[in-house]
Design a protein around this ligand. Sequence first.
Ligand code: FES
Length: 163
Amino acid sequence: MAEIKDLIETIIMQYNKDKGMLIPMMQDIQNSQGYLPPDYLRVLSKELCIPLSQIFSVATFYSSFRLAPKGRHEITLCMGTVCYLKGAGKISEIVCEKYNIQPGGTTEDRLFTLAGVNCVGACALAPVMIVDGKYYNAMTPDKVLEIISNFSTAKQNDEKEEK
Ligand code: FES
């Protein structure tokens, strides 16, 4: 807990304890931790004398904030009009159902985080999926599930090598 307090104090001091700088402070926490851990937000709330509920409201209002850690792989499905009309909605539904997550969520084993975004500017390739920055085009539910299952296999192989 002392480490958390030190980090929060350092961040707060960079903004002269200015409550109006709450969002940049939260961004700094997220940059350092990869997400906004509740313990950090509790300390921030106490140090700034801002109700925790207010801080959580900010965290849930802005889509750039995340309250849970990211998965090992980041899967982004384009939900723009063209991709959606070509089946992106169905793909998202099938992936969510198979891995028991919600859009924007992370699998329990933290294998991947699934996000939906607006048009990524590659409509001719619809439906488009981006995995860790790499574009995949003309996606179908089967293709997406196959790509994800390759992650699972790679993860198992990594774990075997570590032993
Ligand atoms: S709508 Fe998906 S790339 Fe444009």
